[in-house]
Design a binder for this molecule. Structure first.
Ligand SMILES: NC(=O)c1ccc[n+]([C@@H]2O[C@H](COP(=O)([O-])OP(=O)(O)OC[C@H]3O[C@@H](n4cnc5c(N)ncnc54)[C@H](O)[C@@H]3O)[C@@H](O)[C@H]2O)c1
Length: 501
């Protein structure tokens, strides 16, 4: 049977236009389930609903969709209606096709659908409930996730969507969009080596993860650890690239945690004014957060990540297996970023994380998609992206005061999250998050000898500072996080002092 390219998603996600745009690019005709149902019934869907009711409509929809999937040619774009995945037979049939989920927030969906004649878009509460109810079915069926974005994204994603058809079982892809460039994030597939690749990694990753993998790619290795995230390391790498004769066609393959990703990304951003980089994140921190969004850089003694550049990768490859060798303490440090992301996302991701399940592929995928959504809306930190800094203002200050040597980044973020939740006035949530962090082996208290006043003062060297004030990211509730919040100095000091109490 032919493998069609099927667009699914909620009402207003743009499935019909996606199938049309993709078909136009491929020089073929799109198939549209809603149009096929209207042809089959000889009337509009609204009239059909009115005459027969929803149950009869769903029966007809199931039959027509199954026929359509059967009839589709290899790679032919097909748009399904928002409710089609309610049928188990349709969900089953979709397993033999490439399914692309067009993500759309409930707010955007409502803006687009309200006021029309869609039978299920007449009442806002019902609409919102339906949106929430259907997400699981979409996500389970999806091979690809297209973050809500400009219409052109579908056409730009087409080669990656086509590649998915032959990528092998279980490989999934999320399409990242930003003004700085779009790229695929592959889950479950290593990058194919290209002739001009140079691999950058650290010595621990080289030993624990790489082994014989990608041996054909020339390798530049530096010593592991945040202390190495310096201009000196970047210079050594620039010079190693130059002495190897690397050109603007060279592609850096960065295999490692956030330190490797940040340095290798920065080296790629600046070598001969910019060459390509592909990330293969090997820590939880990197898989849920740092590999996406194009922030690269190094630390200065004066402040973390003080020198760097925005440089979007050409692709990211997320492999769950590589986490198997991750030391327990690094796993815990990564968990702090998972909790942060879940607080930002709210909804099912927060419910999943608060239930205490270990970080698995599903959690990593959900965290990555959360980050991609935020970056798509604001690549350069002008606004929304600042919410990703939840827990980081105090976290970075703790790292700065302790010379990046006492705590891992994620450990400092764990402490920072607790301070942020206190400043948010959410005592119960602080308690709950403290429990999750402690369970994962993260610190919930700061060493007594660390001077709280110095930590509070160090928040003023945060890059987000505006004048004398460093804006904070605060939580109103899981899923409702606000940036740019003023915090009074005594409150900040109190929240930091509490950490060492
Ligand atoms: N660019 C961004 O958007 C962004 C976001 C968050 C964090 N960061 C940065 O990320 C850095 C922290 O990243 P990290 O926590 O991944 O630290 P890391 O890169 O230092 O990795 C932690 C340790 O684990 C080792 N390691 C990595 N993968 C392994 C594996 N699979 N098996 C065995 N050992 C492995 C590393 O060699 C290292 O010793 C910080 O510098 C932080 O500023 C950047």
């Amino acid at each position: 049977m032919a493998r069609a390219l099927v667009f699914v998603g909620f009402m207003g996600a743009g499935k019909s236009s996606a199938a049309r745009d993709a078909a136009a690019r491929l020089g073929t005709e799109p198939l549209d389930a809603d149009e096929a149902i209207e042809r089959d019934a000889g009337m509009s869907i609204a009239a059909l609903f009115e005459r027969d009711g929803e149950a009869a409509f769903r029966e007809r929809e199931e039959r027509v969709v199954l026929e359509l999937l059967d009839a589709a040619a290899e790679g032919q774009p097909v748009a399904l209606g928002g409710g089609a995945l309610g049928s188990a037979r349709v969900r089953d049939a979709l397993r033999s096709h490439t399914v692309a989920l067009l993500e759309v927030s409930e707010e955007t969906a409502w803006r687009r659908a309200q006021g029309g004649n869609r039978p299920l878009a007449q009442d806002r509460d019902r609409f919102a409930a339906l949106w929430a109810e259907r997400q699981d079915a979409y996500e389970d069926a999806a091979d690809a996730f297209l973050v809500e974005g400009g219409r052109g994204a579908v056409v730009r994603a087409l080669p990656a969507l086509q590649q998915l058809a032959t990528a092998g079982d279980g490989v999934r892809m999320a399409w990242a969009t930003s003004t700085g460039g779009d790229y695929p994030v592959w889950f479950g597939a290593w990058p194919d080596a290209q002739g001009d690749d140079v691999l950058i990694t650290d010595d621990q990753v080289a030993a624990a993860v790489l082994g014989e993998r990608l041996v054909e790619v020339p390798r530049l290795t530096f010593a592991a650890g945040e202390e190495q995230k310096t201009l000196a390391t970047a210079e050594a790498l620039w010079r190693a690239l130059a002495s190897r004769g690397a050109t603007r066609r060279t592609r850096v393959v960065a295999v490692g945690g956030g330190v490797v990703g940040d340095i290798a990304g920065f080296v790629a951003a600046s070598y001969q004014r910019g060459i390509g980089v592909v990330h293969v994140p090997t820590t939880i921190v990197a898989q849920v957060d740092s590999a996406y969004g194009g922030k690269t850089g190094v630390d200065l003694p004066e402040g973390k990540n003080y020198v760097g550049a925005f440089h979007q990768p050409q692709a990211v490859h997320v492999l769950h297996d590589v986490l198997a060798t991750l030391p327990e303490a690094e796993r815990a440090a990564g968990y702090a970023e998972v909790v942060k992301t879940a607080l930002i996302a709210g909804g099912p991701l927060w419910e999943r994380v608060r239930s205490g399940v270990p970080v698995d592929e599903q959690t990593v995928l959900a965290c990555a998609r959360t980050k991609l959504r935020v970056v798509a809306a604001d690549e350069r930190d002008g606004g929304l992206r600042q919410i990703l800094n939840l827990g980081h203002t105090v976290g970075h200050a703790i790292e700065t005061v302790t010379g990046y040597a006492r705590y891992r980044h994620g450990e400092a973020v764990a402490l920072g999250l607790l301070a942020a939740l206190r400043l948010s006035g959410l005592d119960d949530l602080r308690e709950e998050v403290g429990g999750l962090l402690a369970e994962a082996g993260l610190p919930t208290r700061m060493d007594a000898e660390i001077d709280a006043a110095r930590v509070a003062a160090a928040t003023r060297s945060d890059k987000k500072r505006v004048g004398e004030d460093t804006p904070f990211v605060l939580v109103r509730a899981p899923g409702d996080v606000v940036f740019g919040q003023h915090v009074a100095a005594p409150d900040l000091l109190g929240a930091v002092q509490e950490l060492s109490a």
